[in-house]
Write a protein that binds this ligand. Structure first.
Ligand code: NAD
Ligand code: UDP
Length: 332
């Protein structure tokens, strides 16, 4: 079975390629390396002992994608390629709409042409906006607060319309919560350029003394200790969720949406304290004002993924904090 992985050199994509190869799938990656490096391919090979083919192409390029599908005879697609930085999407909305929508439309057109109608798509818990209740169920109302959000929401709508027009499609929309952690080998992980926006990449840089201190955005939220609560999920668990989603789309036609989270919420302070404890390292911090647009708390209901995908996250927060730091130490 051959799976084409767009954005397969990126953070979540690379971990998913490892899991796919280890589960016996053939893997072909299309990535333009706009936010990743080619050496990921060797690292995937080192971990799995298996080869993966990389096409250095833009998924927005119809001609290139057409040729790849012609050559590779793909069974199903996992579509990770896209831009993901919330802050950047505010300053460069056209770039975000263009890349995220164009890549998806082009991919779906080419897939239609080649009669490959099975896809798992990377959406995000960002589409829930400010949830009225917790845990978050897949049928909660959707809303967004920055241009990145609507790119995900629009793609979800496109996928649903596509299925309505043609019931031969099998589509899994995967709404990720907060992926952190790294591969145990320390070869794959998250390595953002510049000053990180997200909590864990910031913490590891402070622990590594590349940044002076963490700013905790607000301690007056309606949460257990006043700091924001999120559902952090180990990237390897998330990657395994994609194997289950592929099994599902290979089996059943339809379009369905699944939360991929742990169902547990941790506060910023809990993350900082756990990180310090398990890694025996200091993470100096100060409390600053809230970050505009942030919500109090967010965590998933995991029931649907458990029932319909037969998947649940296994790794605990200690492991997530250890593996995140291990990756940065090994790649200093
Ligand atoms: P990432 O930036 O590490 O990986 C994305 C990959 O796609 C990169 O390798 C990049 O080079 C490639 N890419 C981007 N545009 C492309 C294009 N037009 N053609 C070919 N390749 C292209 O991001 P990630 O964290 O691995 O996220 C993967 C997907 O999951 C994204 O769609 C993202 O929006 C979504 N997501 C991520 C998170 C998160 O916190 N990391 C949360 C929810 C959803
Ligand atoms: N956060 C923080 N300092 C940082 C980055 C994030 O206090 O430098 C907090 C943020 O307010 C939120 C949590 O950490 O409560 C997770 O933020 P992240 O940006 O990683 O994810 P998201 O807000 O998109 O869920």
């Amino acid at each position: 079975m051959k799976i084409l992985v767009t954005g397969g050199c990126g953070y979540i994509g690379s971990h998913t390629c490892v899991e796919l190869l280890e589960s016996g799938y053939e893997v072909v990656i299309v990535d333009n390396l706009s936010n990743s490096k080619e050496d990921v391919i060797d690292k995937i090979k080192t971990i799995t002992g298996k080869k993966v083919k990389l096409y250095k192409e833009d998924v927005c390029n119809y001609t290139a994608m057409d040729k790849i599908f012609e050559k590779e005879k793909v069974d199903a697609v996992i579509h990770f390629a896209g831009y993901k930085a919330v802050g950047e999407s505010v300053s460069k909305p056209l770039m975000y709409y263009r890349n995220n929508l164009d890549s998806t439309l082009t991919l779906l057109e080419v897939m239609t042409k080649h009669n490959c109608k099975k896809i798992a798509f990377s959406s995000s818990a960002t589409v829930y906006g400010k949830p009225k209740k917790l845990p978050i169920l897949e049928d909660f109302p959707l809303s967004t607060t920055n241009p990145y959000g609507p790119t995900k929401l629009m793609i979800e709508m496109i996928l649903k319309d596509l299925y309505t027009s043609d019931n031969e499609w099998s589509i899994a929309i995967l709404r990720y919560f907060n992926p952190i952690g790294a591969h145990k080998s320390g070869l794959l992980g998250e390595d953002p350029n510049g000053i990180p926006n997200n909590l864990m990449p910031y913490i590891v840089k402070v622990a590594n003394k590349e940044l002076k201190e963490l700013s905790i955005f607000g301690n007056d939220y309606n949460t257990k200790d006043g700091t924001g609560v999120r559902d952090y999920i180990h990237v390897v668990d998330l990657a395994k969720g994609h194997i289950k989603a592929i099994e599902k789309v290979m089996k059943d036609k339809g379009v369905d949406t699944y939360n991929l989270g742990t169902g547990k919420g941790y506060s910023v302070l809990e993350i900082v304290n756990t990180f310090q404890k398990v890694n025996n390292v200091k993470v100096p911090y100060k409390i600053v004002d809230r970050r505009p647009g942030d919500i109090d708390a967010c965590y998933a209901s995991t029931k649907k993924a458990k029932e319909l995908l037969n998947w649940k996250a296994e790794l605990e927060i200690d492991e997530m904090c250890k593996d995140s730091y291990n990756f940065v130490k090994k790649n200093k």
